[in-house]
Design a protein around this ligand. Structure first.
Ligand code: SF4
Length: 461
């Protein structure tokens, strides 16, 4: 289910674009992070590209043998004392979490960042069951207090200004009015969260990598909030998409080196915590979630998208994302990779997303696991058109365009008619029904086509 059923990227981007100052600053900030990523990648010199290649191959191999590696992981995790659950979809995932909470009679929990739980709308579901969930990642806590969803997978509140956060904290956490100092606000959040960490008996975390060979998993954060939650609680529930698996512990170094450099330009995330078994007297659960991943694995042209390690680099470089904001993608995973994953879940609700791209290819250039993102966006456009998910008028117009462009005589006549219409009846195209002209002026029509000009000038020689 998409987050904003029936909503469309262009309309939501238009809403975001109403605040020009915010758009410019959002654009600049993300580009700055993209540049940090470049410097971090170049710092490895010639090692960077082979590292990407290696990561891509490890992921391709894992995806080709996913069922074997999942079985191996389950066996080893169980031997370590971890309780392993399987969820076919978001509903099952949420029910499993709820059944663990019910078993322990728990109604208040802490949760660190997990895009899978966003994808499954876990907070919303648990709220309906009367459970109080506190997101402990600072950015996630900010959007949670604002009753919003994250707009970026690594930087959930990147669309928020510090003045707005100051005002939000004043209202919800009692910080002094007008204080916008980031260090002060961070400390306010720290004090607020500390009490939650100390009192909540169940903690949920995401999973960045799970290792089949050892049955352990790794959670990466910069704030240490996943560790605080998991170590202080009696029960730790880790929620993981089945594509997060890697075969061996020795492969971890490849991904840890790529992840932080691609995400924020750091050499490594501040905390890369390994969880292998529950502490004495405590419980450790892991929920392995499919939710459409097997279907995507079966789509030959799109299975590569399951290599994603959720670094966000494709968001930061994308000229469309930077200027349209994460909420315009109306799904938990926004940006270029989200536009490939979302149609797999629901083609009708997400038919707009593969078109929210210039196909410039910058996303594919930065992707640490070498996903051919822009090619897959182009392929989705074809699938969506073949499956009848495009407006009939657009399909007819595109067919007419193809006929015209492939017929020189027709092309000549259409060119003449177009120039005539531009000159004498510009309102035919430049009107309120044509969104293309909302931000554009009608150009001066040329006197002749290039072919006519060329033929005339060539004769003169
Ligand atoms: S598709 Fe590639 S660049 Fe985008 S988030 Fe995933 S791993 Fe990062």
């Amino acid at each position: 289910m998409s987050q904003a059923a029936g909503k469309d990227h262009a309309a939501l981007a238009e809403k975001f674009n109403k605040d020009e100052e915010r758009v410019n600053w959002h654009d600049r900030t993300l580009w700055w992070i993209r540049q940090k990523r470049d410097k971090a990648a170049w710092s490895l010199g010639e090692e960077w590209e082979p590292l990407r290649e290696e990561a891509s191959k490890i992921k391709a191999h894992t995806l080709s043998n996913l069922s074997e590696y999942l079985t191996e992981f389950e066996k080893n995790a169980q031997a370590n004392g971890i309780t392993v659950h399987w969820a076919a979809d978001a509903k099952e995932h949420n029910q499993i979490v709820n059944s663990i909470l019910t078993e322990h009679k728990i109604q208040q929990i802490v949760k660190s960042k997990s895009m899978l739980t966003e994808e499954c709308h876990l907070n919303e579901y648990l709220k309906h069951q009367g459970i109080d969930v506190i997101d402990t990642d600072l950015g996630e806590r900010i959007v949670q207090l604002a009753d919003e969803t994250p707009s970026h997978i690594v930087l959930p509140c990147i669309h928020w200004k510090k003045e707005e956060i100051g005002e939000l904290f004043h209202r919800h956490l009692g910080s002094p009015e007008g204080v916008i100092d980031p260090a002060f606000l961070t400390n306010t959040a720290r004090v607020h969260l500390r009490e939650k960490f100390l009192t909540r008996r169940i903690a949920i975390t995401g999973v960045n990598f799970a290792i089949a060979e050892t049955g352990e998993f790794v959670v990466c954060t910069n704030e240490g909030n996943a560790d605080m939650g998991a170590h202080l609680a009696d029960v730790h529930i880790a929620c993981m998409g089945i594509e997060k698996l890697i075969p061996k512990r020795k492969h971890l170094g490849v991904f840890l080196r790529l992840l932080a450099r691609s995400a924020t330009g750091q050499p490594i995330t501040t905390y890369s915590s390994h969880f292998k078994k529950p502490k004495e007297g405590k419980q450790l659960h892991i929920i392995l979630v499919d939710n459409g991943r097997s279907t995507q694995l079966g789509r030959e042209d799109f299975r590569n998208s399951l290599k994603c390690i959720r670094c966000g680099a494709c968001f930061n470089t994308c000229p469309v994302y930077r200027r349209s904001g994460g909420h315009s993608y109306h799904n938990a995973i926004a940006g270029p990779i989200g536009s490939i994953l979302a149609p797999n879940l629901d083609m009708r609700q997400n038919k707009d997303l593969p078109f929210a791209s210039t196909l410039c290819g910058s996303c594919s250039n930065v992707c640490p696991v070498k996903i051919n993102i822009h090619e897959q966006l182009y392929q989705w456009r074809q699938v969506l058109t073949e499956e009848g998910h495009q407006p009939a008028a657009k399909t007819v117009a595109m067919r007419a365009m193809a006929t015209t462009l492939s017929n020189p005589g027709l092309f000549k006549v259409a060119g003449k008619a177009g120039r005539w219409a531009m000159k004498l009846m510009p309102f035919m195209v430049s009107n309120q029904f044509n969104p293309w002209f909302k931000e554009r002026e009608m150009p001066e029509p040329p006197k002749e086509s290039f072919t006519e000009w060329y033929q005339k000038n060539r004769k003169k020689k």
